[in-house]
Write a protein that binds this ligand. Structure first.
Ligand SMILES: Nc1ncnc2c1ncn2[C@@H]1O[C@H](COP(=O)(O)OP(=O)(O)OP(=O)(O)O)[C@@H](O)[C@H]1O
Ligand SMILES: [Mg+2]
Length: 337
């Protein structure tokens, strides 16, 4: 299966949020791997601390320190199920940036495990600096995705990251851009300025993004929201853009193909502007994740529609007897080690 490595040039354009949105709309089994050396965000953000953080990247890195095979065998035990079907899973990131030094030597084995797992993997690799700790993940990726806002400031920072990525990837064949939200520049201008194709675009959708990044607001019907609908189309485009992928044509509808032809910048045939994605089966599609009790907002008292006192599956006991209190972050992977 394929490994998609998402990175940014800084400025928090929405890498983590986009990774979650992509996973929500992914058509096959997918793992979100929080590889950001500055720490994972999803347990404290999307899950508002409601899931115990006893597994994840740090314990996996311990196995990876033994051998790549040990990491590959241990990977499934370190994943958190995000739905009942195990179709969306999470490898929670480190909880303290100081742990990054401890796992530095394990990245090659971790990358091999992520690239070899029989599921697609969306790796949140965070901000790219000059000597990325996650170089092995980027290098093993089927596709590296540079997430950015279409602003001059972001494009200017991205220019150097494109060079760094091209060096790691041995060229630009496996590199694409994913612009987020509105900006003064069009996707075509961004692609031309950076010499890298724009694979898709995700819309500005603050309401949905706040749920995905911070667990804030109504979590119902996420798959029908603009951000997740666009991410579903973006996921199809990403799968189709993996070099050598036979999904490219199979996954595309006639309408998408026309959009590609109309919008493609010179020489690139993989461009898809997904600001108006095809609705597909999204309205009918049921994503258990969206309905799971763990998604209920952490507000005092029973949430509308939730059974009184309902606790999310696998949820940690409430802290200090307060049903609304999130699990203390100190219980993260490797806490106390
Ligand atoms: N498509 C979007 N529309 C509106 N707001 C968004 C979108 N994507 C992300 N955001 C918002 O941008 C902020 C940063 O998002 P996020 O944490 O995903 O960025 P990041 O690139 O992962 O940042 P960092 O580098 O700090 O990890 C959050 O408040 C999030 O809700
Ligand atoms: Mg992030």
């Amino acid at each position: 299966m394929s490994l998609y490595a998402l990175v940014s040039a800084g400025g928090a354009p929405g890498v983590t949020t986009s990774a979650v949105a992509l996973a929500l709309g992914w058509p096959s089994q997918v793992i979100i791997a929080e590889c950001d050396p500055s720490g994972g965000d999803i347990l404290a953000g999307l899950f508002v601390g409601h899931l115990p953080a006893s597994s994840g990247l740090l314990p996996l890195a311990v196995e990876a320190g033994r051998s790549a095979d040990a990491a590959a065998r241990a990977l499934w035990d370190q994943l958190i199920d995000l739905d009942d079907e195990r179709s969306r899973l999470l490898l929670a990131g480190i909880s303290d940036p100081r742990q990054a030094a401890a796992i530095a030597g394990s990245w090659p084995a971790l990358a091999a495990a992520l690239a070899g797992v029989p599921a697609d993997v969306i790796a949140d690799c965070g901000r790219l600096d000059a000597a990325p700790a996650v170089e092995a993940v980027l290098s093993a990726a089927s596709l590296a995705v540079l997430v950015l806002r279409p602003s001059l400031r972001q494009v200017s920072k991205a220019r150097h990251r494109v060079e760094i990525l091209a060096e790691i990837l041995g060229g630009r064949d496996r590199l694409v851009l994913l612009p987020i939200g509105d900006g003064p520049h069009s996707a075509r201008e961004v692609a031309n300025a950076l010499g890298v194709p724009v694979i898709a675009a995700l819309p500005e959708d603050k309401k949905t993004a706040s749920v995905l990044s911070d667990g804030a607001g109504n979590r119902r019907d996420l798959v029908t929201r603009p951000l997740v609908r666009a991410a579903t189309a973006a996921g199809r485009a990403l799968r189709g853009a993996v070099p050598g992928s036979s999904r490219a044509e199979a996954d595309r509808t006639e309408a998408e193909r026309s959009a590609v032809d109309a919008a493609a910048p010179g020489g690139w045939t993989g461009y898809t502007d997904v600001r108006a994605p095809a609705a597909g089966r999204l309205a009918a599609e049921s994503v258990a994740l969206a309905a799971a009790p763990v998604w209920e907002p952490a507000v005092p008292g029973p949430s509308p529609g939730a059974p009184p006192g309902a606790a999310p599956p696998g949820a940690a006991p409430p802290a200090d007897g307060d049903p609304a209190a999130p699990e203390p972050l100190a219980s993260g992977p490797g806490a106390g080690s």
